[in-house]
Design a protein around this ligand. Structure first.
Ligand SMILES: Nc1ncnc2c1ncn2[C@@H]1O[C@H](COP(=O)(O)OP(=O)(O)OP(=O)(O)O)[C@@H](O)[C@H]1O
Ligand SMILES: [Mg+2]
Length: 255
């Protein structure tokens, strides 16, 4: 008898290699035997220094890149099957939108891609522009927006199909404290609606505020995973100190 996996995301012994950078060089192992899971309704923080393998792992989950070992599922479905992505929304690390469009036009474009009817699209666009606080700017060109506003357009776009799972790659990068707070509030609202959120971030303070659990990745390997409070109790230190220790910059060398 088969059982349904209760986890929204499950990654088991995942290995991802990129082709060698130089001729006759070795492949680059970006993810090296990673295992983790994210439960329904959780906000899960994906941490790690530059090059740790966060974006690569997310791209595997999105079905964008192949992997050479292990397995990865969304809602119990292999990520290589398009059905796994049906309930997924994604904010990429770098957002390049059609800057000559207004947020309303951009959202309508994505609504059409997802096959939403006219009245459903209207309703959804109004709702999302309110959620990301861009309602007063709905008819302004995106190219006139600040970075924080553009990031919120990206969030609205990621939500157009009302997904159950959001994968957000550094949603607050480069934002000022107010912009970060706004994004944090949106993540909190999504959590309150029962959505599952996986997001990467270098802002440890904000991760502490919003995440149920975190994973710390280094050189493609999982160095720690759990509730922030449990990790703090285990290591007798704050999250930043734990992070630095686990990537080899603390007084205690990592295992
Ligand atoms: N397209 C690619 N081709 C070759 N190597 C790559 C490619 N993309 C990433 N890498 C390498 O894979 C490793 C993991 O990169 P990745 O972008 O997943 O890290 P990250 O944790 O998202 O880092 P950051 O915090 O800087 O966004 C790095 O060594 C990187 O140089
Ligand atoms: Mg990245």
């Amino acid at each position: 008898m088969s059982t349904v996996d209760p986890a929204v995301i499950r990654v088991t012994d995942l290995v991802v290699e990129y082709p060698a950078r130089e001729r006759r060089g070795a492949p680059v192992r970006a993810v090296d035997g990673l295992s983790l899971h994210v439960n329904p309704g959780e906000v899960f923080g994906f941490l790690g220094p530059n090059g740790a393998g966060k974006t690569t792992t997310m791209q595997v989950l999105l079905g964008f890149i192949p992997f050479s070992g292990g397995c990865a599922t969304l809602f119990g479905e292999d990520v290589r099957r398009p059905i796994a992505r049906q309930r997924l929304g994604y904010l990429p690390e770098l957002t390049y939108y059609y800057r000559f469009l207004t947020p309303e036009e951009l959202l309508r474009f994505y609504a059409q891609l997802f096959g939403l009817g006219r009245s459903e699209a209207d309703r959804r666009i109004d709702q999302l522009l309110r959620l990301v606080e861009l309602e007063p700017h709905r008819a302004r060109l995106i190219r006139t927006f600040s970075k924080g506003m553009q990031q919120r357009v990206g969030l609205a776009q990621a939500l157009i199909n009302n997904p159950d799972l959001l994968i957000l790659d550094e949603p607050t990068s480069g934002l000022d404290p107010l912009g970060r707070m706004k994004v944090r509030n949106i993540i909190q609202r999504l959590k309150d609606e029962g959505k599952t959120v996986l997001f990467s971030s270098h802002e440890l303070g904000e991760v502490e505020l919003v995440c149920d659990r975190v994973a710390i990745l280094h050189q493609g390997r999982l160095r720690a995973c759990g509730r922030v409070t449990d990790l703090q109790a285990e290591h007798q230190a704050g999250l930043e100190h734990i992070f630095l220790k686990l990537i080899g910059y603390g007084e205690v060398p990592c295992a």
